[in-house]
Design a protein around this ligand. Structure first.
Ligand code: NOJ
Ligand code: MG
Length: 538
């Protein structure tokens, strides 16, 4: 008889989350932009994939300068995406299918069209003046050297009132003042609005940037270049940790809700900074992205080091989450170097993502291996791309429409898509991969299935059995009841893996079908780019 584990199944911890960029997932009204009714239409697809929750990038009222990350009404759905009734229907139908809904919440800034900012900028004496960050010029110049994350000074001069306001991103995205006495509680009411409606949690945009230095000290310059700086006075101030605690308190007044922090670390992939915001018990966020898997090069030992650093940083009671790609950091399949065997590498990476300890996040289209698309200059929509072309053509390449079927007009939209579909849609799409047993899509589906039937894959500890030096990463996932062995060959060569003791195992999953169902092994031959999962019997 197997012993029962005491930990109950927790959706945000043991389940799988799918990230939707709503403009690009499914259009329902032919305007070429994805919308809520489109997501409703695809709930069956998501259910079949086996995911437990979706995080949807912002759908609030917005002038769309930064495609929704500039909010002008936190309690409203932008008409581009539909209506409040559509949203409620999505929430209800998703819940009926056992899928939770996580919204994106943007605390650092609003749109300059938000009524709060319009009031705040109307006069020096407006009661909402201090809800944003206003400062007098110093000798006709900005108050300090702070830089915007999208280039240039973070200060914009406002002629009418003779002061500068702070914008850590675009000038149409003025920063809120989280040191104001009133603003935090007003903002929490906006979050409460969605929690009361039944939303299951929030992904918190750049949460470690929300508080700035009280004294407005200039940041030190990095690499001796004025344009670069060490963000010591603009990120990770104590006050942001305090706000995080308040958010947690708010969520804890409800059942089963989640908070996921986007940590804008320097350097990116800094596990220690991401871990600072994680719950130690109940006083921090449930999950934070450290992005270390994104900033690791294709090498088993590098992954081993990143994963170990991430796990070692996590406070007791905290839980990691893992992600390969998102709407800012591009498609993972094109990141695996040398541009060879990308499909095989994507399969190894998917197995890693879905067997590591921590909550896996899948970026829409990753499950069919969508590539970064080629975006011509005239097609660029991302303001960062417009600003920096040709040095950098922006983030559109990872935001192109979901590739559902080979025929363009029957898939994402019947109209003209807001971004072009990737040219490979005819060959790479959901319909084609559904019919092909060895496709990436079927691999994701199988992996999620295997994960669902295994207590250790969902809840177990992570115990590396080697450090990846030899091109192979092997680890155990253990609970009291179950031991799972995962073997990942990062190389295009056959390798031998020696285990310390003889092991008898049942194969649960393999990219290489020739493996026997049961294996008694100590020395194993591992095929090129093989990813296999065994249940260890003895
Ligand atoms: C991070 C978001 O992921 C990104 O898309 C956005 O541009 C910035 N935050 C500003 O909100
Ligand atoms: Mg539409």
């Amino acid at each position: 008889m197997s012993k029962q584990t005491t930990e109950p199944w927790i959706w945000w911890k043991h389940g799988v989350i799918y990230h939707i960029y709503p403009r690009s997932f499914q259009d329902s009204d032919g305007d070429g932009i994805g919308d809520i009714r489109g997501i409703i239409r695809r709930l069956g697809y998501l259910k079949e994939l086996g995911i437990d929750g979706i995080w949807i990038s912002p759908m609030y009222k917005s002038p769309m300068v930064d495609f929704g990350y500039d909010v002008s009404g936190y309690r409203e759905i932008d008409p581009t995406f539909g209506t409040m009734e559509d949203f409620m229907e999505l929430l209800r139908k998703a819940h009926d299918s056992g899928i939770r809904i996580i919204l994106d919440m943007i605390l650092n800034h609003t749109s300059d069209q938000h009524p709060w900012f319009i009031e705040s900028s109307s006069s020096l004496y407006n009661p909402k003046r201090n809800w944003y960050i206003w400062k007098d010029p110093i000798l006709g110049s900005p108050p300090n050297n702070w830089k915007s994350a999208v280039g240039g000074s973070a200060w914009k001069f406002h002629e009418q009132s003779g002061q500068y306001y702070l914008h850590s991103f675009f000038e149409e995205q003025p920063d809120l003042n989280w040191r104001d006495a009133e603003l935090p509680n007003v903002f929490f009411e906006e979050m409460k609005f969605w929690l009361d409606l039944g939303v299951d949690g929030f992904r918190l945009d750049v949460i470690n940037m929300i508080a700035k230095d009280k004294k407005f000290r200039s940041n030190p310059v990095a690499f001796g270049i004025q344009a670069f700086q060490k963000h010591i006075y603009t990120r990770n101030r104590k006050r942001s940790v305090t706000v995080v605690k308040q958010i947690r308190e708010l969520l804890d007044r409800y059942d089963d809700r989640v908070s996921i922090g986007e940590i804008y670390a320097q350097p990116p992939g800094d596990a220690k900074t991401a871990a600072k915001y994680l719950a130690k018990g109940k006083d921090g966020l449930h999950l934070t992205f450290d992005f270390s898997l994104i900033f690791t090069t294709w090498n088993a030992h590098s992954y081993f080091k990143s994963i170990k650093t991430w796990h070692d940083s996590i406070p007791k009671g905290g839980w990691p989450c893992n992600v390969l790609s998102n709407h800012d950091l591009f498609r993972s399949i094109d990141r695996f170097p040398w541009r060879t065997n990308r499909e095989e590498k994507a399969k190894v990476a998917a197995t890693l993502l879905l067997t590591l300890m921590g909550t896996p996040f899948i970026y829409y289209g990753e499950e069919i291996g969508m590539h970064n698309a080629h975006i011509a200059k005239s097609q660029i929509r991302d303001p960062i791309g417009k600003r920096f072309w040709p040095l950098f053509n922006g983030r559109d390449k990872a935001r192109t429409p979901m590739q559902w079927v080979p025929e363009t007009k029957e898939g994402f939209t019947t109209g003209n898509p807001w971004l072009p579909l990737n040219k490979d849609t005819r060959l790479r799409n959901v319909r084609q991969q559904e019919g092909e047993p060895s496709s990436l899509l079927n691999l994701y589906r199988n992996l999620i299935k295997v994960r669902k039937t295994s207590e250790a894959l969902q809840k177990g500890s992570w115990l590396p059995i080697n450090n990846g030096q030899d091109g192979i990463l092997a680890y155990l996932r253990n609970t009291e009841n179950e031991r799972i062995l995962v073997i990942l060959n990062f190389l295009g060569r056959q390798k031998t893996l020696s285990l310390q003791e003889h092991t008898y195992g049942k194969i649960l999953f393999s990219t290489h079908q020739s493996q026997d169902d049961f294996n008694y092994f100590q020395k194993m031959q591992i095929s090129p780019f093989e990813a296999s999962i065994y249940q260890v019997i003895e």
